[in-house]
Ligand binder design. Structure first.
Ligand code: ADP
Ligand code: MG
Length: 366
């Protein structure tokens, strides 16, 4: 089921009685979510992710704009009638019910023509439990489960009604690092097996990048960029997106374009004949540095961190906008970093420049 968001906007009245300032939580969101895909809705806290998800679910009404499931306009439809499965950060299971009863619960509440007989309900519940691999735990109470298992029950409960759309709001936030990794792969597997169109909300870029078919990066209610994770990483639309994706994060410098040359501080790092003279912000991905005795970018070494296969060389540079410049190079290079300076050549497809005022990307011939 494809989902179409059309000029979707949500304005909240001011919470503060004195000021009348409204909060535009979601500002004119347009996107056609393709059928059967997993979309990662990504951005910092407060950027409007949950509000977007709640509007898709029907829990919140848009201030303006429309939502379609397939060709059906569902904007005015109640949550119960949208055919969605919802999973939140806190699992919200019923503590006095067993796992099986928790999963059955949404089916027992079906009314009229949707009502199911007992056997069908049981079969559906068992199927959902098997899908999330908790079929051994059906008779336990939630308090007898780990966090990861509880979250699986919540996912099974969302799946049991065979939703047209699965909506997940930071579903892994309460899990420890290892479980988070494992459960996100589970979610991906389940999503692929069922083919349910899924919107996955997270503030964790790595999480979104690793499981999404496409990511939507939001900031202050405004969509910044939509695309395949690798494409957005390789071709960020603006400084915000460039900084939000990637660990370690992109290195940023103040730079200058003059007579077709890009300068970082006094280092002439690259020829860019097609860009007009101006002050710019320069971003270089950590993997974009090549150690070289004749390298154009000259940094002062601080530290070398060995990370197994790779090493991270930590340096400073007078034009860096962060205290430290961090490169990632192959571990074989470790011995090269001994002198007073570290010199780098820059891989052309790993360096981006941005307009200093608007922070929009400036494209140049590579
Ligand atoms: P996210 O999920 O990305 O952290 P939210 O969608 O929850 O962000 O919130 C977006 C913005 O809308 C925030 O500024 C938040 O304070 C505001 N907001 C969310 N819900 C309400 C509400 N019910 N009333 C007023 N403001 C709200
Ligand atoms: Mg939220």
């Amino acid at each position: 089921m494809k989902i179409v968001l059309q000029n979707l906007t949500k304005v909240f009245p001011s919470r503060n009685k004195k000021s009348n300032e409204e909060v535009v939580a979601v500002n004119n969101f347009n996107f056609e979510i393709p059928d059967g895909k997993l979309i990662g809705l990504l951005g910092p806290s407060g950027c409007g992710k949950s509000t977007t998800l709640y509007m898709i679910s029907g829990l919140q009404k848009p201030s303006s704009g429309k939502i379609f499931f397939g060709d059906d306009d569902v904007t005015e439809l109640s949550t119960e009638n949208r055919g969605i499965g919802l999973v939140f950060q806190n699992y919200a299971l019923y503590p006095h019910l067993t796992v099986k009863q928790n999963i059955l619960f949404p089916l027992q509440n079906l009314k009229g023509k949707d009502k199911l007989d007992k056997d069908t309900m049981l079969k559906r519940a068992e199927e959902a439990a098997r899908l999330v691999q908790i079929d051994q735990l059906l008779d336990r109470k939630p308090s007898e489960l780990s966090g990861g298992q509880q979250q699986r029950v919540a996912i099974a409960r969302a799946l049991v009604k065979m939703p047209r759309v699965l909506l997940l709001d930071e579903p892994l936030s309460n899990l420890d690092a290892r479980l988070r990794l494992q459960t996100r792969e589970e979610i991906r597997r389940i999503q692929k097996e069922t083919g349910i169109t899924t919107v996955f909300v997270t503030h964790d870029q790595e999480e979104a990048m690793s499981i999404s078919d496409m990511i939507v990066v939001m900031k202050s209610g405004v969509v910044q960029q939509i695309g395949k994770p690798q494409d957005v990483y390789d071709d960020p639309a603006n400084l915000f997106v460039a900084k939000f994706l990637g660990t370690p994060p992109i290195n940023v410098f103040s730079g200058l374009v003059k007579d077709g040359t890009l300068y970082i501080g006094s280092d002439a790092v690259m020829e860019i004949p097609d860009v007009a003279d101006q002050d710019v912000i320069v971003g270089i991905r950590p993997e974009g540095f090549i150690l070289s005795d004749t390298g154009a970018l000259i940094c002062k070494p601080v530290n070398v961190e060995v990370m197994g296969r790779d090493v991270s060389i930590v340096t400073t540079h007078e034009a860096s906008l962060n205290p430290l410049v961090r490169s990632i190079v192959n571990a074989d290079n470790r011995l090269a970093v001994t002198g007073e300076h570290v010199r780098y050549d820059i891989k052309p497809h790993k360096i981006f420049i941005f307009n200093k005022k608007t922070e929009e990307r400036i494209h140049f011939m590579r």
